[in-house]
Ligand binder design. Structure first.
Ligand code: PMV
Length: 342
């Protein structure tokens, strides 16, 4: 049997998924919307093997973490993939990331996305998404499967700008591409201030969200903000979109910080960078907007032509571990690697 390699890029949420109405169904409390990236990715190889157990090798930087709780999540996810495909076999898996994991660069999105896709490709022996689709597994079906491992992974199955709709009931959830990557060319300058693993997992923090007094008002406004964001992307109105992106990130972190017990993903440098960025915008130096996932690192959303200048200025003012210069991407890829030793 051949080995298949899935490359799945991460995505940065413009409208954040934060809080779940059902853990069992991985049912989010609201819609979310993201931009699929083109560089920050997980690369996962999978082959079908004989035997009783799966064999997984994690590279030092992997979108899937090596820890007891994560091991359990991964094993449960492989069982889910087997159930969905109705296959009994085990997998040999190798996975690595092109960026640091567990520090708010959505590594679980690309990690679970690539794990799902590689195992499906290896099971069906298919080297393209079209071929997989012709066997009854369209992208959206794969996205739903990956969503059960990590919610944000669902949006990485499409390129460009992607929505995950909550739906009226758990079975009415949907995931769809709203605009292709060509429609609007945006950049994401990821400013890695710290690549230390976060102290509270997003699973724990999602569960604490409803304890914040700010949670209900946030949920109440999400559908309208989603609509406004889609309109801004449609009309390529970067200023309108940027303002909404930044407000949504600040609002999500306000919920996180006011949960009980309170959680704080920000470092001192996170606040300084956000304040500085806003000042740069107000004083007309450049136009860029901050968004932050469950970690201390800042994603600076900007026009591609401004990225170098912004990077230069950030390096002059802050001590940065590393920058990742990314932009909107076209979505996942699969490759057949031939027969490797299994
Ligand atoms: O997919 P999870 O369970 O790791 O949740 C991550 C949620 C955020 O990245 C903070 C926001 C999002 O919509 O991606």
């Amino acid at each position: 049997m051949d080995t298949y390699q899935a490359t799945v890029t991460s995505n940065i949420a413009f409208l954040k998924y934060w809080g779940k109405d059902s853990l069992e169904h991985q049912w989010p409390s609201g819609n979310s919307l993201s931009m699929t990236l083109s560089k920050a990715c997980s690369v996962t190889k999978a082959a079908v093997i004989e035997g009783e157990s799966d064999h997984i090798t994690f590279a030092a930087s992997s979108g899937l973490k090596k820890s007891a709780s994560e091991d359990h999540k991964i094993t449960a996810h492989l069982d889910r993939v087997r159930k969905e495909l109705r296959v009994p076999h085990r997998f040999k898996i190798e996975t690595h990331n092109t960026f640091p994991s567990s520090c708010g660069i959505a590594s679980s999105a690309s990690g679970f996305g690539a794990l799902t896709l590689a195992c499906v490709a290896a099971s069906l022996q298919c080297d393209s998404l079209d071929l997989i689709c012709s066997k009854g597994y369209a992208r959206e079906r794969l996205a739903h499967l990956a969503r059960m491992g990590s919610g944000s992974a669902s949006r990485s199955f499409f390129g460009g700008y992607v929505s995950w709709y909550r739906g009226q009931t758990p079975d009415k959830q949907s995931i769809k591409q709203e605009f292709t990557s060509e429609h609007m060319n945006l950049a994401d300058l990821i400013v890695v201030l710290s690549s230390e693993n976060k102290s509270v997992s997003s699973t724990q923090a999602h569960a604490a969200a409803p304890t914040s007094q700010l949670y209900a008002p946030r949920i109440a406004g999400l559908t309208e903000r989603h609509k406004l964001m889609l309109e801004a992307i449609k009309t390529r109105d970067f200023s309108a979109l940027g303002r909404l992106i930044e407000v949504d990130a600040l609002e999500m972190h306000a919920v996180i910080m006011t949960s009980n017990p309170p959680i704080n993903y920000w470092h001192e440098k996170t606040s300084s960078l956000v304040a500085w960025l806003r000042q740069m915008r107000q004083t007309g130096h450049f136009e860029a907007y901050a968004t932050i996932d469950a970690g201390p690192n800042v994603h600076v959303i900007c026009r591609p032509e401004d990225m170098n200048k912004i990077k230069q200025q950030i390096s002059e003012h802050f001590s940065v571990e590393t920058f990742i210069e990314d932009r909107v991407g076209a979505g996942p890829q699969i490759k057949r690697l031939g027969t490797l030793e299994t």
